[in-house]
Design a protein around this ligand. Sequence first.
Ligand SMILES: Nc1ncnc2c1ncn2[C@@H]1O[C@H](COP(=O)(O)OP(=O)(O)O)[C@@H](O)[C@H]1O
Ligand SMILES: [Mg+2]
Length: 280
Amino acid sequence: MNAAARPAPGNAADADAAAATETSHGLLTADGLDFRYGALPVFTEVSLSIRRREIVALLGGSGCGKSTLLRVLAGLESPSAGQVRFLDQPLERPHPRSALIFQHASLLPWLRVEANAAFGLDFRHQPAIAAGVRQSRVREALAAVGLAGREHAWPAELSGGQAQRVALARALAREPELLFADEPFSALDAITRAEMQNLLVDVVHRWHAAVLLVTHDIDEAILVADRILLMGGRPGGILAEWTVDVPRPREDHPGAVTALRLEILAALRDTFTQATAGVD
Ligand SMILES: Nc1ncnc2c1ncn2[C@@H]1O[C@H](COP(=O)(O)OP(=O)(O)O)[C@@H](O)[C@H]1O
Ligand SMILES: [Mg+2]
């Protein structure tokens, strides 16, 4: 492992410790997950794994249970049945080596960019870090997302794309092994969105982090992911899986991207047909 490529000081030991706990099952494994809201079953019998440094897209139509599954995998909700393991331990609450980003950056308007990016690093469940280390981690993360020099800006001075860059920096500052991202770029215009997709791939590679990216956008899944899981059905489940072996940058391989896109689109259409069959 090229631990030296990790951005912040003191990471090599952490990375080696994490690698030592890795098993053939992966960084995160989910086994036989069911989830219901009261009487409403959202998904059933979901088993999956995410390997270290792997970018996995969870793709599916609106309402099929993607966000709920992400929340269960992140430890924000408990499954009705089954188990999630992260770094070889049963997961009962969000793990300090995981981080989350959502569609809206949710920055605190009374904190400057740097304080927003540092927000949460001091929380009780986070490993204690010295103030100097914290600041260098945050500055490095802000520089990596293209916000060097904007540390003292207020959230109100930022565009939507810049706000989402702060949210990404806040996640990176935690040095996550796994980043959960729920439709993080859905609210952005097309050009900003494409920039952010490339930025996400770039920074998680540099940080050696894995990603679970929830999206309803086939193109985003193909551009970003190493592997795509298709969710659908009623109740939901993982219906198909593709390994994306198109070389990066993927924009340079439009033929391969289009072929995969058509294949996934056909499968996605089938999930809608299945989901509506037998429904009044
Ligand atoms: N807090 C909740 N209480 C009850 N039902 C919910 C709640 N959140 C989501 N649902 C329902 O669970 C299903 C899956 O929702 P969600 O996971 O948000 O889907 P997706 O992210 O794929 O759009 C939907 O039918 C939704 O209406
Ligand atoms: Mg959702």
